[in-house]
Design a protein around this ligand. Structure first.
Ligand code: G6P
Length: 369
């Protein structure tokens, strides 16, 4: 087993550090910016269906559901098709309204999650086209779909999903770009810019991983906290949910992810000097708004751990801790902003003596309801 861990103390840490490579593997053969090559076999087969889709419904569970939320922002913005993201377990019992012009995308790392499989079978019976995004080749969900794309992240052993998430987001980004360009909602210049930027993501993830030592120090200070709040807006909102889920799963600290502006409708009541608040506040279209959210947290003496874009000076002047990540397009930011949150949850869990790779009560793949 120690050989399989490749010198890392845990599979989770190894998998976090594999991300520059696994993200590249998710793009391999599908995109070469230099030669304007952007193609995905599974989509090509169903190109007309995608171009004329009425609606895209994403069904998934856990971390895969968070990847689906990122895709909602991407597909609506770039391809202008309405997207709904559903918990598979709710969708399957809701008597959902579906027809032949709807595409259902099922996202699952393992391809074996019982609720996701049942949700797609239901959608299929109502005539929708089913597209799968799975990591495990030949899995039940991969076999049950009409078409699909593998994430090519390689085996993920740690129960808490890390590299599978960034691989899912990479594939979903490519899908949004492909449909957007086919539908003419994404201009060629913008498409090219995104392709060039996406190619730089593996090396930017590599840079973000160099924050590891700094995150160890922050983890030391907060390892005994009993609650954590994670805030983000726009593309970073699903990242806030994912950061909170990672911490819950492996450190057993109660954590909540929230859209930063919703904080005033509840969680703000919890903020005092004991409450660490992780704010993902990178430079994007909601930056000014999130600056005020940070001020609201500081006014209530919360401890702010801010993830910011390199070179930012406004948020660092207010935050207690600043984690700087490289600049990128807001469409691609989740691929970078999730990295420090994965590391934070990992180190806090290790410091608390938790079984990081096999947390209590959780399973890597949930094949029962
Ligand atoms: C379990 C795992 C999570 C995963 C979820 C969905 O809860 O512990 O890491 O996100 O199932 O799994 P799937 O394989 O469908 O992505």
């Amino acid at each position: 087993e120690s050989i399989e861990k490749g010198g890392y103390e845990h599979f989770m840490l190894k998998e976090i550090f594999e991300q520059p490579r696994s993200i590249l593997d998710s793009m391999r053969g599908r995109m070469i910016a230099e030669s304007d090559h952007l193609m995905m076999a599974g989509i090509r087969e169903f190109e007309n269906k995608f171009v004329n889709a009425n609606r895209i419904i994403i069904v998934a569970c856990g971390t895969s559901w968070h990847a689906g939320l990122v895709a909602e922002y991407l597909i609506e913005d770039l391809a202008r098709i309405p997207v709904e993201v559903e918990y598979a377990s709710e969708f399957r019992y809701r008597n959902p309204i579906l027809n032949e012009r709807d595409i259902v995308i099922a996202i699952s790392q393992s391809g074996e999650t019982a609720d996701t499989l049942a949700a797609l079978e239901l959608a299929k019976s109502k005539g929708a086209t089913i597209f799968g995004i799975c990591n495990v080749v030949g899995s039940s969900i991969a076999r049950a779909t009409d078409a699909g794309a593998y994430t090519h992240a390689g085996p993920e052993i740690g129960v808490a999903s890390t590299k599978a998430f960034t691989a899912q987001v990479t594939v979903l980004t490519l899908i949004a770009m492909i449909i957007g360009s086919k539908r003419g909602t994404l201009e060629t210049t913008k498409l090219r810019e995104l392709m060039v930027e996406l190619e730089t993501i593996p090396s930017k993830v590599e840079e973000a991983l160099q924050l590891n030592e700094q995150i160890v120090q922050i983890s030391e200070q907060y390892k005994d906290a009993t609650n954590f709040l994670y805030l983000g807006r726009g593309y970073n909102f699903p990242v806030a949910l994912e950061g909170a889920l990672k911490l819950k799963e492996i450190s057993y600290i109660h954590a909540e992810g929230y859209p930063a502006a919703e904080m005033k409708h509840g969680p703000i009541a919890l903020i005092d000097e004991q409450m660490p608040v992780v704010v993902i506040a990178t430079k994007d279209s909601s930056y000014e708004k999130i600056v005020s959210n940070v001020q609201e947290v500081k006014a209530r003496k919360g401890k702010v751990i801010a993830v910011v874009t390199e070179g930012d000076t406004t948020i660092p002047a207010m935050a207690d801790h600043v984690i700087e990540i490289p600049e990128t397009s807001e469409h691609l930011m989740p691929l970078l902003s999730v990295i420090p949150l994965q590391l934070l949850s990992y180190h806090i869990a290790v410091m608390r003596g938790c079984n990081v790779d096999q947390p209590r009560n959780l399973a890597k793949s949930v094949t029962v309801e």
